[in-house]
Design a protein around this ligand. Structure first.
Ligand SMILES: Nc1ncnc2c1ncn2[C@@H]1O[C@H](COP(=O)(O)OP(=O)(O)OP(=O)(O)O)[C@@H](O)[C@H]1O
Ligand SMILES: [Mg+2]
Length: 327
């Protein structure tokens, strides 16, 4: 059905094209994404406006989805109500203000908790050293190890939360995508060599796009870390993770394909939610941060397909030029 509606996006009546944009504001199918970027530069201003409204709405679904499904519907309703009363500039302003408040709150919380946690972690290390000297009971040593492990995990979650809420200055420049992938691959592999998987960068060396380089590399590193970690505990031989890019009209699609553990439909649905992790030392912020960088900072889109026991394909769609970074 989505394909049939999308096909009407090049209809010669503007009312039909506007209706296609309207449908994209109600249906989440990824097929609407390329159609929407075409409609955003339609010759008719009303079609353009409808396409922009639909894109904002789709991006809000993503952001609200990061908080978990029960919050998603509530936030979508609230934003739709504001949209109907104050139009899309009102919606965008409310969103910016609420994100700023949430991020400020998270940053302050980080400072308060880390003040307590840092001496606690140091105390744990001293305690472990003392216990080791005193020929401890097995149980006592276990308790100390568990306290240290949980406190370290709490610190990792807080650090990830701080990275997510940071407000970086975005400096956009024209850069080689292949080189960014190479750099991200090196960072992701560091410390994960034992997982035994390799990364094959097949992105053409001439492909240049505008990007906030360190941020995009961070996003790609997070995605590649997930791909590498998906091979954890899998038997040899391990198929390489393949990264390739296809260029479209004004955008590129970068594909990261792994043949790791994959995800069930339920695991895939909850993967982008904050704090959701299936790993013992995961924070559940890697994917949300990658989405924030691609979708909010680069006006792109991340789409994931996965099959349990088969592998995962992550598609990162990026405009080639960032006329309005941070928009
Ligand atoms: N390529 C992938 N293959 C299989 N599972 C994946 C893949 N990418 C993400 N996931 C699943 O999504 C979950 C959330 O990923 P996310 O990157 O947000 O957190 P994490 O990897 O668990 O922790 P962190 O990124 O802090 O190390 C992962 O725990 C994993 O279950
Ligand atoms: Mg991760």
């Amino acid at each position: 059905v989505a394909a049939a509606i999308v096909a009407l996006g090049s209809h010669n009546k503007w009312e039909v094209r506007r209706a296609v944009a309207g449908a994209a504001a109600c249906c989440r199918h990824p097929l609407f994404e390329p159609a929407l970027s075409r409609l955003a530069s339609d010759q008719n201003a009303r079609v353009q406006q409808a396409a922009r409204d639909a894109s904002f709405r789709r991006r809000d679904w993503r952001t609200a989805g990061l908080l978990g499904r029960q919050h998603e519907a509530r936030i979508a309703l609230l934003l739709d109500d504001i949209h109907s009363r104050f139009g899309s500039p009102g919606r965008a302003a409310v969103k910016r203000a609420s994100e700023e408040i949430a991020d400020t709150f998270a940053r302050e919380l980080y400072h308060e908790v880390i003040k307590l946690l840092t001496p606690l972690l140091r105390g744990c290390e001293d305690l472990q050293a003392d216990i080791a000297r005193e020929a401890p009971t097995h149980e006592l040593a276990n308790h100390a190890t568990r306290i240290e492990r949980d406190a370290s995990q709490l610190k990792a979650v807080l650090d990830a939360m701080r990275a997510y809420t940071a407000v970086p200055t975005l400096q956009v420049s024209l850069e080689s995508l292949s080189e960014a992938v190479q750099q991200a691959g090196r960072s992701a592999l560091a410390g994960r060599e034992l997982l035994g998987a390799t990364i094959e960068n097949q992105v053409g060396p001439d492909l240049m796009i505008e990007m906030a380089r360190p941020r995009l590399i961070q996003a790609l590193t997070n995605l590649l870390c997930n791909a590498l970690e998906a091979y954890d505990g899998m038997p040899e031989p391990k198929h390489p993770i393949v990264v390739e890019a296809n260029a479209g009209d004004g955008y590129i699609v970068l594909t990261i394909r792994d043949r790791g553990c994959g995800m069930s439909p339920a695991a895939l649905a909850e993967a982008p939610t904050f704090f959701v992790s299936r790993k013992t030392t995961g924070t559940g912020f890697g994917l949300p941060l990658a989405m924030k960088i691609v979708e909010s900072e680069h006006r792109g889109m991340i789409d994931i397909e996965s099959e349990e026991g088969v592998g995962t394909v992550v598609r990162v769609r990026l405009p080639r030029f960032q006329r309005t970074p941070n928009a």
